[in-house]
Write a protein that binds this ligand. Sequence first.
Ligand code: GTP
Ligand code: MG
Length: 154
Amino acid sequence: MQHTFLMVKPDGVRRQLIGNIVRRFENRGFVLVGAKMMTISREQAERHYGQHKEKPFFGELVDFITSGPVFAMIWRGDNLIEVSRIMMGKTNPLEAAPGTIRGDFATYVGENVIHGSDSPESAERELENFFSTDELLAAGVLSSATDRIVINHV
Ligand code: GTP
Ligand code: MG
């Protein structure tokens, strides 16, 4: 069992794709354990995409992700990080297979509808960046005993 962070990006919210995207993960058997609509600050966006700081598209990336509300979610399920990345499809929607979220809903790499953590380490970092301690506790992601975010469960 795993927890992960998924987020409908501003283009997906604007296009009213939240329900469709949530339904795909629920249909697959995953469980939504926390969610909120929020507009992220530039500081939060720069932290989220810190690994891309040197890339030529970094400014555009931060402009886009802060351009309107996102729908931030915490999900739980078996092999969730790997399976959610498959369900999202390739980063460039033009290379994403039909049937995947990006393959069905997007055409431009800069606006590709959904974000999902790519590893347990990313999931921990990203959940901490988007959710408060109280929200992580309520979602069952933060262990009150150890004060640590739990990504991988037995
Ligand atoms: P995220 O879930 O958003 O992290 O996507 P990813 O893990 O599939 O891709 P990656 O982390 O490598 O890149 C982060 C984001 O940068 C992508 O989702 C794209 O929206 C954006 N991106 C990547 N390459 C380009 C590019 O060439 N131009 C622009 N404008 N954006 C890009
Ligand atoms: Mg990424």
